[in-house]
Design a protein around this ligand. Sequence first.
Ligand code: HPA
Length: 275
Amino acid sequence: MEKTMLDSIRETAEYIIKEVGTAPDTAIILGTGLGELVDHIEIKKELAYKDIPNFPVSTVEGHSGKLIFGILGGKYVMAMQGRFHYYEGYDMKQVTFPVRVMQQLGVRKLFVSNAAGGMNKEFRVGDVMVITDHINLFPEHPLRGKNYEELGPRFPAMTEAYDRGLVKMADDIACEKKIRLMHGVYVGTQGPTFETPAEYEYFRVIGGDAVGMSTVPEVIVANHAGMLVFGVSVITDLGGKDVLEVPTHEEVQKAALKAQPVMTELIKAMLERIG
Ligand code: HPA
């Protein structure tokens, strides 16, 4: 009989449980800007993507993806070091497969981070933006096709795709620690081009504050799975018709690196508070 998506998810989760024993209830997808967080995890176990059955393998050079299990902010977590982007050529089922495996493992809370271009005129390069909502502009939907009721409903609500309680917690921590924390709507696009000035303007007009090439697929699947999601973007460049600077991958990486300590402090404090 042909292996279904459910079979693959279960097989992968079983492998992970066999390797790590118990699974955590909180997961973190370490996108750009949160890589440094790994240095703060008291690592118990690491699994290379290439050794995990059914896992896609990262294509980005020098990026050997792995799942990390350990203690952060006093809490047992799993972290994905390296994610799968749609622009790399993966389909949406591959991009979101790790989130399905997290679901199978019993993960209830998901933290995600990314780099994004800012359209909101109040934003500055290096700002950290809590994602309060998103606009999905990817050309393929991760839930398209057969719906497995075991995984979630056919028509899931996206009313609170980013948990308001977690946003409030982040605000409280930012206030206490004097962190400049912006709020905004993240527009998810396929990339890999950065936007034209007219596109940045357009994304602003439709209600976006920042734009990036990830996160939305994983967040949709996490919501379908009933998880609570917290998302955060590092604003690595600004876009619009008045902006003359040309965004480059290097600039994005540099700005993200600068924002890392703040992102790390915020996520650690949140995990401590969640208990
Ligand atoms: N656009 C899309 N994705 C991005 C950007 C941007 O300006 N900056 C970082 N990721």
